[in-house]
Design a protein around this ligand. Structure first.
Ligand code: ZN
Length: 226
């Protein structure tokens, strides 16, 4: 069993770890070692830099990737009230990602900052056919409960592990079968994230490894079929 990293921007370097490496459609397809995984999406921050024409090109390239069989997920994509452009544009582009994910039966890796009500609204209107993984969760217990009640998976990375009690209580509030772990763009390796999470949850690292492998399989089923 490997230490699986549910959301990263670089592959893992050691053979006992594997990552879902997210890239954007206007970047080259990442060099990923065998048994690691690629996901593609347009980050909401990138909507600030892309012209309308470049954005359409990105969406077209993303659609090609989505149908290519080379991706394990669509993302990261999402909504960001602090650093993204106007929400109308973010919503429109996010819904294009949802459409592609549902068309190709791929899970979504989602970045969400202060837009949980809007995100939940879209979740309710979606077919519910593909898993939604909320990465880098960093909000409050009320939002967490709502996401959980709508079937989302919740992923935590190093910022959630850095000692603040309120964040530890969020980690503990996620049922183990909905929990994911990630490094995102942090320099920490995924093993250290597992170690810290196991400490907070007071479970054996080997038990956590087993749970994460199970969750990975239920989210990224297609990646495992390959
Ligand atoms: Zn990220």
């Amino acid at each position: 069993m490997k230490y699986l990293n549910f959301h990263a921007h670089q592959p893992e370097i050691s053979p006992d770890m594997a990552a879902v490496v997210c890239f954007e459609p206007d970047a080259p397809f990442p060099a990923i070692p065998p048994e690691q995984f690629a996901a593609c999406g347009i980050h909401p921050w990138s909507l600030n830099r892309l012209s309308a024409g470049d954005l359409e090109k990105c969406l077209a390239d993303l659609a090609v990737y989505a149908g290519s069989g080379r991706l394990c997920a669509i993302g990261e994509t999402g909504l960001d009230r602090l650093k993204g452009p106007e929400l109308e544009l973010q919503t429109r582009i996010f819904l294009r990602h949802v459409g592609l994910a549902e068309k190709h039966s791929l899970p979504l890796i989602i970045h969400c900052v202060r837009c949980y009500p809007e995100l939940l609204q879209m979740k309710k209107q979606s077919t519910g056919a593909v898993p939604w993984l909320i990465h880098g969760f960093n909000s409050n217990i009320r939002q967490l409960e709502q996401l959980l009640s709508h079937g989302c998976f919740i992923s935590f990375g190093p910022p959630a592990m850095r000692g603040k009690n309120v964040k530890e209580s969020l980690l503990k509030a996620v049922p183990l079968e909905r929990l994911c772990l990630e490094t995102d763009d942090s320099p920490d390796d995924i093993k250290s994230v597992y170690r810290t999470a196991a400490g907070i949850l007071k479970i054996d690292e080997s038990a956590l490894l087993e749970i994460m492998n199970h969750n990975f399989q239920s989210i990224f089923r297609k990646a495992n079929d390959r």
